[in-house]
Ligand binder design. Structure first.
Ligand code: GRF
Length: 317
């Protein structure tokens, strides 16, 4: 694994995205990330999540400074901490060209809409709701010279339900924000993101290897914390063979889980499995020799890359 990614998060308020990033570093999901500094440009309750985690926080008020002068102060902090990646998480200020150029493709932002719809506004959820869209969502993108216009890393589509209000829609979108922001950071920290023109390409390398069934590996792949204790208890008895399969797509992971459950085994999948998008993730197959043999046969009949995954499982059994 490459050296750790030194992360800085810039906020202006509540900090719920920051909180989840901190939780994911603590759990080991973001094992390759070190949070080095959190900067706010105004009184921000979210700073407490960094303080409680023992991470330096900075308040850089704009006061009489120009936007460029303010950016300069923030950049000094980033330099001091040798920052590799900057995440804007509800940072209500537009970074000026000097900042964006200096950290080209090293700044991410999260926006609560399916860009390019409802960009360049701080009321994206309200505008989407008032417009009457049936699908809204959120986007993590790299920051370029425009506002909410940079290359898209991950998007999650979130349906609008009958009876929704702006608030219920916003809170449903927020849950997905929390999933995709950490996932984008994880991909960056694993050197899996490259930019070709406007497109972000996510590297995929399907690898199967034996693993131990424990909390550490579950947290590293991103199994929901709530599901963990029961899952370990339930699968202990059937964990004769445990295989880690890297870079599976969500739809492939769901089929693998269904097949393993039908065979009497199980499959641990991460939270991002709920995304209806093609973002590679890691899963853990849990079962015995016979179940794995049957799984290989079943997956050979399935679509997507499942026949290739089957071959790799076979060579590891
Ligand atoms: C989020 O909705 C994010 O998409 C937007 O600002 C909000 C920040 O929320 N850019 P929080 O401060 O992370 O709770």
């Amino acid at each position: 694994m490459a050296s750790k990614t030194n992360l800085a998060v810039l906020i202006s308020g509540r900090g719920s995205n920051l909180k989840v990033i901190v939780d994911n570093i603590k759990s080991g999901y973001l094992e390759n990330v070190e949070l080095k500094a959190v900067v706010a440009n105004r009184e921000a309750p979210g700073l407490k999540y960094a303080e409680n985690f023992g991470v330096p926080t900075y308040m850089v008020l704009q006061g009489d400074l120009t936007l460029e002068e303010h950016d300069e102060k923030v950049m000094q902090i980033l330099e001091k901490h040798k920052i590799d990646l900057i995440c804007l998480a509800g940072y209500l200020q537009i970074l000026q060209p000097k900042f964006v150029n200096k950290y080209k493709w090293k700044i991410m932002n999260i926006h609560p809409s399916l860009l390019p719809a409802f960009g360049n506004t701080i009321h994206a959820q309200r505008e989407a709701f008032d417009y009457g869209v049936k699908l809204s969502g959120c986007t993590v993108h790299f920051v370029d010279a425009g506002v909410d216009t940079g290359p898209i890393i991950i998007q999650a589509a979130v349906p609008v339900k009958e009876g929704d209000s702006e608030e219920t829609l916003a809170s449903r979108i927020l849950e997905f924000e929390h999933t995709i922001y950490s996932k984008a950071i994880k991909l960056f920290s694993e050197n899996k993101l490259t930019i070709e023109g406007r497109k972000v390409v996510v590297k995929r390398d399907i690898i199967v290897s034996p693993e131990k069934l424990d909390l550490k590996i579950m947290r590293r792949i991103g199994v929901s914390e709530k599901a963990l204790p029961n899952f370990i208890e339930k699968t202990k008895a059937i964990a004769e063979k445990v295989l880690l399969v890297k870079d599976v797509m969500p739809r492939e992971a769901i089929i693998m889980k269904q097949e393993m459950l039908a065979l009497g085994g199980d499959c641990a999948v991460p939270k991002e499995c709920v995304l209806n998008s093609l973002v590679p993730l890691d899963v853990l197959i849990i079962g015995n020799e016979k179940q794995l043999e049957s799984l290989v046969k079943k997956l050979k009949q399935q679509p997507f890359n499942l026949p290739i995954i089957a071959e790799k499982i076979k060579s590891q059994k």
